[in-house]
Design a protein around this ligand. Structure first.
Ligand code: NAP
Length: 330
């Protein structure tokens, strides 16, 4: 058993605004059985990090280190780990926070080998958001050529993966965005039609674009402010996929609303449920790496920031100033 060493990490001692993120020396030990210690070269910023910071999601304990994904080199492996060895280039997503650090210990179950062509910043910018797009487009509602797909917050982190990948699958993609700059970006990343939902009524525009038919599926990572209007964008038997709520949670509603809006389907899926089996971790990440290395899906790195500036990164994400992915460098 090795002793403890100190690494730089972001800590949260009490829940609150971005100011509760402090940069400190934190002890780290050796990986336990089935675990891998990774020296992070890049760390992904995700909206869920904000929920853990505010206390909306419950961390395992206080204080804790936020962060759900990173990429770097393996520095040590615990008993029973045969898939990885020190020096391997890897990326990981884990539902248990701790990635905002120079080094992080994660279960090998959540670690994947990186293809040589994918650098660490790209990996940290794509894994969580890209795996989310993978299951939303293939498992939650399998998008087929000819489908009409509505993606809310299309210029966001998950949004730009959904738009490009749905386009690659042969769908017609309609995106909503919060500014003219974001509209331009969404257009460049796979949207056939873009609606600025802060200036235009998106239901009216979707009805116009689809000739009154509506969409096959709505991917809604916005929540309160786009509900129940999103249901009015669907065709009969269409599928409402709610997967995020940065504008606040959707109020409880009468399930008969789905009948009245045209026998709709509605679901609220979560990434961790899709990654319970190791074979799914491998299959979903292989699918993601394939579309990225082929060039069909480009990884939109909006900003690279020092890990010590995590508070500023959070401020920008929650005030709608970011587009695509932000990565932090330890
Ligand atoms: N269910 C899952 O498995 C899963 C997995 C990954 C992420 N998520 C969720 O998906 C959502 C998007 O995550 P992300 O990391 O990719 O974030 P993001 O989309 O890059 O950022 C959030 C975007 O939402 C839009 N938005 C609308 N109203 C907002 C408000 N009141 N406050 C802040 N933003 C608002 C903004 O875009 P506009 O300015 O264009 O409106 C903003 O840029 C989050 O809720 C996240 O937790 C869920």
């Amino acid at each position: 058993m090795g002793g403890l060493m100190l690494v730089k990490a972001i800590r949260v001692h009490r829940h609150g605004g971005p100011e509760v993120l402090t940069f400190e020396d934190v002890p780290i030990g050796e990986p336990g059985p089935g675990e891998v210690r990774v020296r992070n070269r890049a760390i992904g910023l995700n909206y869920a990090d904000i929920y853990f910071r505010t206390g909306e999601y419950t961390p395992p304990a206080l204080p804790f280190t936020p962060g759900l994904e990173g990429a770097g080199e393996v520095v040590a492996v615990g008993d029973g780990v045969r898939e990885f060895a020190p020096g391997d280039r890897v990326a990981y997503y884990s539902a248990v926070p701790g990635a905002y650090a120079e080094e992080h210990i994660v279960p090998a179950h959540h670690v994947v080998s990186l293809p040589d062509s994918i650098d660490f910043a790209t990996a940290a910018a794509m894994l969580l958001k890209g795996l989310t797009a993978e299951y939303l487009l293939h498992r939650t509602f399998p998008v087929q050529p000819g489908h009409v797909v509505l993606v809310h917050a299309a210029a966001g982190g998950v949004g730009l993966f959904l738009t490009q990948w749905a386009n690659h699958l042969g769908a017609t993609v309609i995106g909503t965005v919060g500014s003219p700059e974001k509209a331009e970006l969404a257009r460049r990343f796979g949207c056939d039609y873009v609606i600025d939902y802060r200036r235009e009524d998106f239901v009216t525009r979707v009805r116009e674009i689809t000739g009154g038919q509506g969409c096959h599926v709505v991917y809604d990572g916005v929540g309160k402010t786009t509900f129940p209007a999103s249901l009015d964008c669907l065709m009969r038997f269409g599928c409402f996929v709610s997967y995020g709520s940065p504008s606040g949670p959707i109020e409880p509603f009468d399930i008969m609303l789905l009948a009245r809006k045209g026998s709709l389907y509605a679901t609220w899926p979560l990434l961790p449920d899709h990654l319970v089996r190791r074979e799914d971790v491998l299959e979903m990440s292989a699918n993601l790496f394939r579309v990225v290395t082929s060039g069909a899906v480009k990884v939109p790195i909006h900003a690279r920031m020092p890990l010590a500036e995590a508070a500023e990164a959070h401020r920008r994400l929650e005030s709608r100033q970011t587009t695509g992915s932000t990565v932090m460098l330890p």
